[in-house]
Design a protein around this ligand. Structure first.
Ligand SMILES: [Zn+2]
Length: 69
C-alpha cells in the first residue's frame, strides 16, 4: 500500500524501529514522513490542476476576445 516517495518502490514496515524501509533505495521513513510526503504530493497535484485550469481559462478568454474583434 505504501510506496517510497523517492523511487516508488515498495515500503516494508519495520516494527522494531517503527519506520518504513524502502526495498528499492533503502531509505527509511516514519509514518509522519510519509504523511507529509503525501500531503506535499497532493498539494503539488492541486497546484498543477489549478495552473492547467488557469491556462485553459486564459485560452478561452483569448479565443473569445478574438471572436468579438
Ligand atoms: Zn526508495
Amino acid at each position: 500500500m505504501a510506496s517510497c516517495p523517492e523511487c516508488r518502490s515498495r515500503l516494508v514496515y519495520d516494527r522494531e524501529t517503527k519506520t518504513y524501509v524502502c526495498e528499492g533505495c533503502g531509505g527509511t521513513y516514519t509514518q509522519q514522513d510519509l504523511l507529509m510526503e503525501r500531503e506535499k504530493a497532493l498539494a503539488k497535484k492541486f497546484d498543477e490542476d489549478r495552473k492547467r485550469r488557469a491556462r485553459s481559462e486564459y485560452l478561452e478568454w483569448w479565443l473569445s476576445s478574438k471572436e468579438t474583434r
